[in-house]
Design a protein around this ligand. Structure first.
Ligand SMILES: NC(=O)C1=CN([C@@H]2O[C@H](COP(=O)(O)OP(=O)(O)OC[C@H]3O[C@@H](n4cnc5c(N)ncnc54)[C@H](O)[C@@H]3O)[C@@H](O)[C@H]2O)[C@@H](O)CC1
Ligand SMILES: Nc1ncnc2c1ncn2[C@@H]1O[C@H](COP(=O)(O)OP(=O)(O)O)[C@@H](O)[C@H]1O
Ligand SMILES: [K+]
Length: 504
């Protein structure tokens, strides 16, 4: 799914109005009706109680007025409060006229902010994508008053006060919503960690905006959902043999961290690789041969750290980093690997920390390598970020400069690519915030690169399937009970869902 800027969304609205020959008021009616359907499907009039609808002066407020009329028509008790303004939008004014006379309307003022009882359902239709500057004055006071109440807040389109695709001052006053209900496509603001406290759970409702316009409008921002992966993962060939799907090499583990190698290996095998060899220090031999008998173990001469690069000839992809350690020996192994590797590389964990501490190595990174830093590892590589938007700028710059694919991990993991396109993942859950989850991702990516998939396909499929496997696992274990090995066990079903079905 594409992510549009506020300007692109406005253009999509206009394109729809033109191609369908409808008025902007009709489109507003459609959006607000979708919102009303969403709400009434979840709460009965009794469960909702009296619904307070806060309306701003623009089309977001117009949406709120339509919602008020529609809810009233479905026997919900509604009350409307509007911000005073000299320039209310045309569609606001038209819908204000259409409000049933029975609906009580209050004009908000500094001395009349309306009491908001604890638990009240409040619909925030103050400001949407037309916000031009941080809130101040009466609008800010209304939002502060709302945030101080213990209300159930549902934001229309975006929490009021939040910019949809640009950074804002840290002390900005923004509605804290439980749910944000937006239209057609998600907004960049929803993807970013610091906005989670405002956006709450977000939902996107289809409102039939012009498909051709959406398809033809270029964007470098995407939400990574199953639709985006259609056709990228083929069914295994009927006459496949273990040589068909590549031979992966994983360099991982050190004394006390052999488990990282085991988790990456299990995930690699569960992701369909034909053969897997593990390079671990001698201390890991018994563990690996017992825990992952399907993998071959090429023990390093050193006891505690990987210290020598094996002959790379047999391998079709190489993953390095989980539990590797940052000592001199693994440092030299990584440096030699970067110089000599002729097959796709996946770099994680200590491989990234070694890169950060030996920056001259970055220049030797083979193009199209996959890097999988969490935010701290990324900061070590690319420097500190002022805010979530600046971090995305750093990500784009880093990928362009080093011609690599960088997977910035977290909720809504973000893939950066050499051409500057960003993809935000839709799968995964907080249960995956547990040691070893990242090692599992390294194994998946190394397997997909071996098969061989392009760096973009491997990254997109790997990120999505990793999160989806975590979601499937959590259905069995619960989020708190989820451990990284559970993610590995569910990769098979996650990949199966994405596999192109045979057509007759
Ligand atoms: N254009 C369309 O056809 C559709 C628009 N929709 C709704 O329209 C919204 C966008 O509407 P608008 O473009 O009218 O914008 P908004 O309603 O978000 O806000 C614009 C109004 O707020 C004022 N304003 C902006 N920043 C302010 C600030 N910091 N303090 C005080 N006042 C401020 C502006 O002067 C203007 O009066 C969307 O978010 C969505 O909710 C939907 O109805 C779908 C269809
Ligand atoms: N709240 C969350 N929602 C979705 N995915 C998450 C969440 N927290 C962590 N993850 C995923 O779990 C993995 C954690 O990786 P990482 O931090 O490297 O862990 P480790 O080093 O312990 O293996 C990442 O892929 C990340 O996207
Ligand atoms: K809003």
């Amino acid at each position: 799914m594409k992510i549009f800027t506020a300007a692109q969304t406005r253009a999509a609205d206009q394109a729809t109005i033109q191609s369908e020959g409808i008025s902007s008021e009709a489109l507003m009616e459609r959006a607000a009706t979708a919102f009303t359907d969403w709400l009434t499907a979840r709460l009965s009039p009794k469960e909702a109680g009296e619904i307070l609808i806060l309306c701003g002066p623009g089309n977001n407020g117009g949406d709120g007025l339509v919602v008020a009329r529609r809810l009233y028509g479905r026997d919900y008790t509604v009350r409307v409060a509007v911000l005073p303004s000299e320039n209310k939008s045309g569609d606001f004014q038209r819908n204000f006229q259409k409000l049933p006379p029975e609906v009580i309307v209050t004009e908000l003022s500094a001395t009349n902010l309306l009491p908001i009882p604890a638990g009240a359902l409040v619909i925030d239709a103050l400001f949407g994508t037309g916000l031009t500057r941080p809130l101040e004055g009466l609008a800010a006071a209304v939002v502060q008053h709302l945030n101080a109440a213990q209300a159930r807040v549902v934001a229309v389109d975006i929490p009021s006060g939040l910019f949809s695709d640009a950074p804002q001052p840290a002390d900005s006053i923004v509605v804290r919503a439980r749910h944000t209900v937006s239209f057609e496509l998600p907004k960049l603001a929803f993807m970013l960690p610091h906005n989670a406290e405002y956006v709450g759970q977000w939902h996107v409702l289809p409102i039939d905006l012009d498909k051709k316009f959406i398809e033809e409008t270029a964007t470098k921002l995407h939400f990574l959902d199953a639709a985006l992966l259609a056709g990228r993962l083929q069914k295994r060939a009927r006459f496949a043999h273990k040589g068909t799907y590549g031979h992966a090499l994983l360099l991982a583990g050190s004394k006390g961290k052999i488990g990282a190698a085991v988790l990456a290996a299990q995930a690699c095998l569960r992701s369909g690789v034909g053969l897997l060899t593990l390079r671990v220090p001698a201390v890991g031999y018994d563990v690996v041969q017992t825990a992952v008998p399907e993998a071959m173990c090429l023990t390093d001469p050193a006891a505690d750290f990987v210290s020598e690069l094996p002959d790379l000839t047999p391998y079709s992809s190489i993953g390095i980093g989980p539990g590797l350690g940052k000592e001199k020996a693994p440092q030299q192994v990584l440096a030699q690997l970067l110089r000599e590797a002729k097959v796709p590389l996946v770099l994680d964990a200590d491989a990234l920390n070694i890169l950060a501490e030996n920056r001259e190595l970055l220049a030797t990174l083979p193009p199209d390598s996959l890097l999988t830093p969490h935010p701290k590892e990324f900061e070590r590589l690319a420097g500190p970020a002022r805010d979530d938007y600046h971090r995305l700028d750093l990500l784009r710059d880093f990928c362009q400069k080093h011609r690599c694919y960088t997977i910035l991990k977290g909720a809504n993991t973000c893939l950066g690519t050499p051409d500057g396109t960003l993809y935000f993942n839709s799968t995964g859950n907080p249960g995956m915030a547990t040691g070893g989850s990242g090692d599992v991702l390294t194994g998946i990516l190394t397997a997909l690169r071996a098969q061989p998939l392009s760096p973009l396909d491997a990254a997109l499929i790997g990120i999505y399937a990793h999160g989806r496997a975590g979601d499937l696992a959590a259905q069995v274990t619960g989020e708190a009970g989820l451990v990284a090995g559970d993610i590995a066990r569910f990769i098979g079903p996650a990949l199966e869902e994405l596999t192109t079905k045979e057509s007759f």
